[in-house]
Design a protein around this ligand. Structure first.
Ligand SMILES: [Zn+2]
Length: 167
């Protein structure tokens, strides 16, 4: 897992092809299950491609993990917030204001589709799409909380590295 402030979490992910999706979907789903995430974006595991997956475990309307391929929010309305956390931002959480309902365009270039989502699924989709644009959830916190959360995440990453270091 790449941890904030790793640079890959800060860049816009490269456009992905249908073939990239076929190669990476299973791998990303396996990583997501392994880390017990509700969603996972490719850059979080070091892959510079605009692909993310969302677990079907928490959503009755999904019959398998959802694939987002070069996703783009095309419409949003309303607002909601829940306490968010992220596998890549160590040991911090914070309520983040998000749209309540969204429409997301996703898919390979020759087969783009619109997915509508609301509630928790809309939050997770916005969180993962942010990752593909180089944004982590703490960036959306207001000042000065934003700075404090970033600092804490950096300290937590250092702590984790010094615990697991063997030299
Ligand atoms: Zn995240």
């Amino acid at each position: 897992m790449r941890l904030y402030p790793n640079r890959i979490l800060r860049k816009k992910a490269a456009r992905a092809s249908r073939r990239d999706a076929e190669e990476l979907y299973g791998k990303l789903v396996a990583e997501m299950i392994n880390y017990e995430g509700i969603g996972l974006a490719a850059p979080q595991v070091g892959i510079d491609k605009s692909i993310a997956v969302i677990s079907d475990k928490y959503f009755d309307n999904l019959d398998r993990p959802l694939l987002l391929l070069n996703p783009r929010v095309v419409k949003k309305s309303g607002s909601q917030s829940i306490e968010e956390a992220c596998l890549s931002v160590k040991g911090v959480s914070r309520k983040i204001k998000r749209a309540l309902q969204i429409e997301v365009e996703t898919g390979p270039d020759d087969d783009r589709k619109i997915i509508e989502a609301s509630g928790l699924l809309a939050i997770v989709m916005q969180h993962e799409i942010d990752h593909l644009n180089g944004i982590v959830f703490v960036d959306r916190a207001p000042f000065p909380a934003r700075c404090w959360l970033r600092l804490k995440a950096k300290i937590n990453k250092k702590k984790k590295e010094s615990e697991s270091g063997c030299d």
